[in-house]
Design a protein around this ligand. Structure first.
Ligand code: PLP
Length: 383
């Protein structure tokens, strides 16, 4: 039987293919420096792990409420009130199977054939792919240094179609840029005046290097905010996220969640109850990423990479490679083969200027990052 047209439209992750090549080289005994992986290199903080073990021992291993443990939903609402001074009813907080689970639930609830999802190009590729899975049309909005890689109202308004849904990541993957509050507010005003909705993916909000990053929940009850434990809490494998949605969306989302997931993972949820008490550990990780960024930025600029906007969040640097006149796919293939450094080509994040950009991830320890920069320097000299 033939696969569906929509399955055929899903683009592969080039970074995964590259990672497989890197792993094959490592299996042959070669030493590869990983600057492609979008995953924290830290272990999950101890109290979270201990609680998971206790939960297993105490047989807290059953399905939970389809929208998540009530006490975790309350804990997240409390967190917003305590840290962000935003009042959110726990009923609006829905626990999901990673933020990926949240996107699936949101898009199946809000998109279908004939509706349009607007995304940033470059941007996090899964948004586009999830949109394709629900037969939505994808409106790619090219962003560049002219707007600090932000989608602006001018950019959104210049298209002749009006999207039902706009999604942004703040801080952004792959550019590391933190949106200005006024830009998000204007985007919200614009899209809601047309009857559409704004989703802000704040999964990297705990990794900001320019001081407090305000949640977009403070704008309006109608802004959907997605967040999760994967990045700032170093819990990628626990598959746990959350979203805060307007009251009218809770029930429609719940019906889909019951069918698709039954419940989020129980052990991960009990363990995550402790995540908000690990403030010191989280701050240590954040500071470490910041030190790495402060090391990497000047190094990469010195090597000739073009980085017009300094990243202020997440653990990525999006860099122009015009200087070497190679397509980004060829550049990363050669860097892997010849310098033994793994990088991500711009093509993973869209098509706009994708051939002239690559993404560095600094989710690796300082010694490896230093060695990676040295290898790149030697290699670029002879390129
Ligand atoms: N959102 C962004 C912007 C990401 O970069 C990622 C992962 O790389 C995710 C969401 C997915 O995270 P999760 O592990 O919560 O599914």
């Amino acid at each position: 039987m033939k696969i569906t047209e929509r399955a055929g439209k899903i683009a592969p992750f080039y970074v995964m293919e590259l990672l497989e090549k890197a792993k094959a080289m490592e299996a042959r005994g070669e030493d590869i420096i990983h600057m492609e992986v979008g995953e924290p290199d830290f272990a999950t903080p101890p109290s979270i792990k201990e609680e998971a073990i206790r939960a297993i021992r105490d047989n807290r291993t059953f399905y939970t409420h389809s929208l998540g443990l009530p006490e975790l939903r309350e804990k997240i609402a409390e967190y917003y009130e305590r840290i962000e001074h935003v009042r959110v009813s726990p009923e609006r907080v829905l626990i999901t199977n990673g933020t990926s689970g949240a996107f699936l639930l949101l898009f199946t609830t809000l998109l279908e054939k004939g509706r349009i999802l607007a995304v940033s190009d470059p941007g996090y590729p899964c948004y586009r792919n999830f949109g394709t899975l629900v037969d939505a049309e994808i409106l790619s909005l090219p962003v560049s240094e002219g707007t600090r890689f932000e989608i602006t109202v001018e950019c959104l308004g210049s298209t002749d179609v009006t999207p039902q849904l706009l999604i942004i990541s703040n801080p952004s993957n792959p550019t590391g840029v933190v949106y200005r509050e006024e830009t998000i507010y204007e985007l919200y005003k614009f899209i809601s005046s047309k009857g559409g909705m704004l989703i802000v993916d704040e999964i990297y909000s705990g990794l900001s290097y320019r001081g407090e990053l305000r949640t977009s929940l403070s704008i309006s009850e109608d802004v959907i905010v997605v967040n999760g434990f994967s990045k700032a809490y170093a819990m990628t494998g626990w598959r746990l996220g959350w979203m805060v949605v307007p009251p009218a969306l809770v029930r429609p989302i719940q019906k889909i969640a019951q069918n698709v997931f039954i419940s989020p993972p129980s052990i991960s949820q009990y363990a995550a109850m402790y995540a908000f008490d690990e403030a010191d550990e989280l701050e240590n990780m954040r500071k470490t990423y910041e030190e790495r960024r402060d090391f990497m930025l000047p190094q990469l600029k010195r090597l000739g990479f073009s980085i017009p906007v300094d990243p202020e969040g997440a653990f990525y640097i999006y860099a122009g490679i015009d200087k070497w006149g190679l397509d980004s796919m060829e550049f990363v293939e050669k860097a892997l083969r010849e310098a033994r450094v793994a990088l991500t080509p711009g093509y993973d994040f869209g098509s706009y200027k994708a051939g002239s950009h690559i993404r560095f991830s600094y989710a690796n320890n300082m010694n490896r990052l230093k060695a990676g920069c040295e290898r790149l320097e030697r290699w670029l000299r002879i390129l």
